[in-house]
Write a protein that binds this ligand. Structure first.
Ligand SMILES: NC(=O)c1ccc[n+]([C@@H]2O[C@H](COP(=O)([O-])OP(=O)(O)OC[C@H]3O[C@@H](n4cnc5c(N)ncnc54)[C@H](OP(=O)(O)O)[C@@H]3O)[C@@H](O)[C@H]2O)c1
Length: 333
């Protein structure tokens, strides 16, 4: 089978190379999958450049956490899926349900990655994809989708009528926008680009703010809309101060991303609103199952801003990294 690999010590996605590897076989409790589509997350750039947890890759590794495809075979004892089933991998292999559990994660350079023609996963980390989705759409969910789902449904769960603020037009934020709309929320979205804000409106955003033209967008959210009950915080230290300023009384910041740098802000603003900050690290297998059921019920189609063939994987990375990217960038077999 063919697989894309990153070399030991990789310092960027430009180092991706294709390799022919022996076909993997599923052992007891394992599932052999033929991925048909993959999606790229911000994390994948960090893994490729040696800046993810654990630093530079110590050995060559197959990248990417997110893929969807068809079950080819199952190992002894596997009854949860069968050959022919349409499935996704789960970002975390061992966090099945319940409270946050760190553990093995797909595509981190230490264990299995998805960007290959065949992948073996433990059956517990194989999730049946929503019937309503094609493989490319389903490949958008394991990291960005589950993260957005965790952000919106845990801690202070979003309810109809809530105001939800999503930052920028990346994968997590655009899926969060779609999910929040389906939950009956009023969504405020920010972007550096007026052109992208037009596309955000098409996806259902009720209000938009250009964060370059309105650097004090936190105060703007508070003054114009009374503050946000839930904030999908993908910016990190560079945006957290504005997010605290944007919070409605007893609202929650779902702390997710590291897209921007800055001095950590004073948390004292939280005392004025009774607000809270909750850390998010993707989510469990059960969250992935719940998300697929919700997506199926509401016929949500994750927004795909770029499509590339399997042999163009480095071009897909370049697009996802570039200023023109919107929502998810996918690779298709
Ligand atoms: N904790 C977790 O479990 C978890 C899970 C998934 C992702 N993440 C993190 O969440 C972040 C987003 O991930 P992603 O995959 O959605 O990224 P992505 O698709 O690469 O998002 C890129 C977009 O982010 C927006 N952006 C960049 N700087 C921004 C800023 N200062 N303020 C607001 N928006 C900004 C830009 O939107 P515009 O072009 O519209 O301005 C850009 O197009 C990353 O830091 C990633 O590592 C964390």
């Amino acid at each position: 089978m063919r697989a894309w690999m990153l070399p030991a010590g990789s310092d960027g996605f430009e180092k991706l190379y294709m390799e022919d590897l022996p076909d993997p076989e599923p052992g007891p409790g394992e599932v052999l999958i033929a991925p048909k589509a993959w999606s790229i997350n911000y994390r994948d750039f960090a893994v490729a450049s040696g800046h993810y947890f654990g630093g530079a890759l110590q050995a060559p590794a197959i990248p990417l956490s997110d893929g969807a495809g068809v079950v080819l075979a199952v190992g002894e004892g596997v009854t949860s899926v069968k050959p022919g089933d349409r499935v996704q991998g789960s970002f975390f292999l061992d966090w099945i349900d319940g409270p946050h559990t760190m553990g093995r994660a797909l595509g981190d350079g230490h264990g299995p990655g998805m960007l290959a023609e065949k992948v073996v996963l433990p059956a517990q980390a194989v999730v049946k994809m929503a019937d309503s989705l094609d493989f490319s759409q389903a490949a958008c969910l394991p990291c960005a989708g589950v993260t957005a789902w965790n952000a919106l449904t845990r801690g202070r769960p979003v309810k109809a009528g809530d105001k939800v603020l999503v930052l920028g037009t990346g994968g997590v934020s655009m899926i969060a926008l779609q999910l929040a709309k389906a939950m009956g929320a009023e969504v405020i979205a920010t972007s550096s680009s007026d052109e992208k804000l037009g596309r955000v409106k098409d996806l259902g955003a009720d209000h938009t703010i250009n964060y370059k033209e309105t650097p004090q967008w936190g105060a703007a959210v508070k003054e114009q809309f009374g503050g946000a009950d839930k904030i999908v915080e993908v910016g990190g230290t560079g945006t957290l101060g504005q997010s605290i300023a944007a919070l409605a009384n007893e609202g929650e910041i779902a702390l997710i991303g590291v897209l921007s740098q800055g001095e950590p802000p004073s948390p004292h603003g939280l005392m004025m609103t009774g607000g809270s900050i909750r850390g998010i690290f993707v989510g469990s297998v059960q969250m992935a199952k719940d998300l697929n059921a919700f997506v199926d019920r509401h016929k949500i189609e994750p927004p795909i801003g770029g499509r590339y063939a399997f042999d163009q994987a480095p071009k897909a990375y370049a697009h996802g990294w570039g200023a023109d990217s919107f929502g998810k960038t996918v690779i298709e077999m």
